[in-house]
Design a protein around this ligand. Sequence first.
Ligand code: 3NM
Ligand code: MG
Length: 512
Amino acid sequence: ADPPPMTVDYSVYLVTDSRPAILAPGRRLAHVVDAALRGGATAVQLRDKLGSDADVAAQARELLGLTRARGVPLLINDRVGVALEVGCEGVHLGQDDMDVAQARRMLGPGKIIGVSARSPAEAVAACDAGADYLGIGTVFSTTTKTDTATILGPAGVGAILAALAAAGHASVPTVAIGGIDAANAPAVLAHASAPRKPLDGLAVVSAIVAAADPAAAAARLLSAVLRARVPLVVERVARATPVSHNMTNLVVQNLAANVALAVGASPIMANYALEAPDLAGLGGALVINMGTVTPEGLDNFVKALAAYNDAGRPVVLDPVGAGATAVRRDAVKKLLSAGTFAVIKGNASEMLTVHSVITADDQEHQRQPPREAQRGVDSTATLTITQRAALARSIARGRGRPCVAVVTGVSDIISDGRRTARVDNGHELLGAITGSGCSLGTVLSAAVAAYEEDPFVAAVAATVMFGVAAEMAAARSDVRGPGTFVPAFIDELHAVRRATAERDWRWLALAK
Ligand code: 3NM
Ligand code: MG
């Protein structure tokens, strides 16, 4: 098969429909698509069964302006000639449309060709023919498409996924389609996944196009898809036992090492940079925790960062107390200019310092400061969720060196600059013990090391797992306060991992 034409995130795949029954009269499709992209739609298909080719081409050109601005692919349903003419990223073909081979000849190897599949046989045949992804449906009955055949239900989708895995097509991305919305999405994602072939996303028409608030609708769907990936990351960490190399302060070493072991990672607490090149060769990740800064320590951080960057292995920065002293602010500055971080994690006050360091020597940021973030500089306690999301997004995009930014708090905000998620799990007892924030840094390192294909998803999963385990621990009758919480928390992190291995994901019902 041809290599996939581009890396596409199929998580939330918006399929358009401009008929008045779906797109409320008076609304423009472009506005809806723009809002959906803002909310988190990751792919768009222009589907218009009624318009002329010229109309569809004009609409495609307008949408292409929006999707290109966000790095999201635009595909066109059925009309290969229009796709060719407007130069969009590809096409989606139904079973009655042009066959894949002919579309490929017309479009060339660089374009995406998706195919609708209603049965295991159709799915396997489409992959054999070279489809780049499959739309599997119809999952639930829908009024959007009137000629739907069988209603598969989530289990029917699961059977198709199993057939694909058995036929050696496990790597072909799949989305489910038909009657899906935020309410039934968790069930589709949980029950429509074969063990080794999870869905890559959900395709929807009415759940976004007919929604009162398309941005919010897209965000809800993205949350559901991300949440469903948490067990994959948890499982991967346990299977891969990634090395988590921590350069951290003395106070948290023991807790962080125990937390790493509980989630299935392999902790190494080593502050001497000369060891870093060898340790980076073990295929894990590094945590640089600024909890104790000394000139010698900072020098070790910089050298270890270079070693991990050279080895292409991820580094997590935990800028502990970044704004507290001039020394720490300078340390942040030195570290940010010394190399690349996969993840930067801190509370709102620490992250505001990180942000101010980035903006101080970044012309691009000076021209476009995130107003929401700056307004809150003096009183971090008053940063709203929206302001913290803006802060995370801005750090994630910063310095021409993108990273995943995690702003911790009662709600944790995670952003890669393009996608932003909010995790509401956790417990106040985490704030009553030492090293909880630092040990989240350790879990983040294990997750990004084990789930390299998407550090954003890895960070969301680490944060959810951490917060859920804290809630489960705090709810235990043997936990009476901070002292009894610590061992219970380690137990529950381990329990989440064990439950995941047994595919008993009831704990995931707690994920918020
Ligand atoms: N294809 P809604 S179902 C475009 O089964 C389309 O292949 C389907 O719309 C298939 O999300 C469908 O509003 C319509 O139910 C999906
Ligand atoms: Mg068709």
